[in-house]
Design a protein around this ligand. Structure first.
Ligand SMILES: O=C[C@H](O)COP(=O)(O)O
Length: 338
């Protein structure tokens, strides 16, 4: 059985706490602070050095790795965002989110009686009601991508209406995309204003701000956009739509995690982090988790503060966990969805 205490060697009192989906209380909204934005600057070489240093120093093996992967699985926002999505595909995805691990693997890991689920299911607005229905009683929330995802270039009014419709259909989380032009032209006030409006339109649903970091040109822009969205009340900041050419790189994770840390030190508010796009292997997930642990600490490894947006990661995690308990690798078709 996976020793729960082995999740991280230096936090032996912590538990894996499976099946926990509680959202944190909503964060407050800070007034716009242009001085803080102007004074935020990122040195790319320093970021790259730190990322390379971490990759060399930290590796998680054996039983501890199985525990980390189990934890990563509970943080996945299991996603389908394709033009050919159908109700049937979304229902199958929901079944997988509610029971992501084969019963025999779960049993061999020592979690037979536990509810193990992914962090959420993430879909387009059209499928929100279907997913909410399919996930009834599972505790798994539905996240809706919104505000003209992925480009975010529909009118502001339509963006607000889209958020409101998804909330009405039962989405507990709304993943909004920001207007990249506001960042690229340095119009931080406009970014703050739209983010506040999105947050308000979400009502009680939690809001994740997708920065589309691959479009933002510099790490300084990534850090400034992170701060502005957090000031305006984002519950999570998220890297990417998965549709940009570059998605959740370790450098971007480091910059966004540090922005979250600074925000926490300044305001006492906990903002979550969601890397998304191109995270498809257990190794990718572990690299993101290590960065979170090193930069933000143990609390930021739980699904209320950490999610991984991914369409195909689950299959590899399940495969690695099967290998851990049986000593064998199954072929990929045994872990079909996710
Ligand atoms: O938010 C989630 C992403 O769209 C998923 O991207 P992916 O298909 O590269 O895993």
């Amino acid at each position: 059985m996976v020793n729960e205490d082995s999740l991280l060697n230096d936090v032996s009192a912590e538990k894996i706490s499976l099946g926990k989906h509680n959202h944190r209380p909503r964060n407050g909204i800070e007034p716009f602070d242009p001085g803080l934005v102007r004074s935020t600057n990122i040195n790319r070489s320093a970021v790259e050095r730190r990322v390379a240093g971490l990759a060399g120093r930290r590796s998680v093996k054996g039983e501890a790795q199985a525990a980390w992967l189990l934890k990563a699985l509970t943080c996945i926002d299991l996603t389908t965002l394709n033009g050919d999505d159908t109700a049937e595909r979304v229902k199958r995805l929901c079944d997988k989110a509610a029971a992501p691990l084969r019963a025999d693997i779960r049993e061999m890991l020592g979690f037979a009686g536990e509810r193990v689920t992914t962090g959420a299911v993430c879909v387009y607005h059209r499928f929100v009601a279907i997913a909410v229905d399919a996930l009834k009683g599972t505790g798994v929330p539905v996240a809706a991508v919104s505000t003209g995802f992925p480009a975010g270039l529909v009118s502001y009014d339509i963006k607000l209406k889209e958020i409101e419709s998804s909330v009405k259909d039962g989405a507990g989380e709304i993943d909004i995309v920001i207007t990249r032009e506001h960042v690229l032209t340095g119009n931080w006030q406009a970014l703050y204003d739209e983010m506040r409006g999105f947050r308000e339109a979400c009502g009680d649903a939690h809001v994740k701000a997708i920065l589309a970091t691959g479009d933002l040109k510099t790490l300084t822009n990534v850090a400034r956009a992170s701060h502005v969205c957090m000031m305006a009340g984002a519950d999570f900041i998220k890297t990417s739509t998965g549709k940009e050419a570059v998605n959740a790189t370790p450098a971007v994770t480091l910059v966004m995690a540090r922005a979250i840390r600074q925000h926490f030190e300044r305001t006492g508010q906990y903002v979550g982090y969601k890397p998304a796009g191109g995270i498809s292997t257990a190794k990718d997930a572990l690299a993101q988790q290590v960065l979170m642990k090193e930069e933000l600490g143990r609390e930021w490894l739980e699904p209320d503060l950490f999610r991984i947006g991914a369409s195909s990661l689950l299959a590899d995690i399940e495969r690695q966990l099967e290998h851990y308990v049986t000593g064998r690798y199954a072929t990929f078709h045994h872990h079909a969805i996710g």
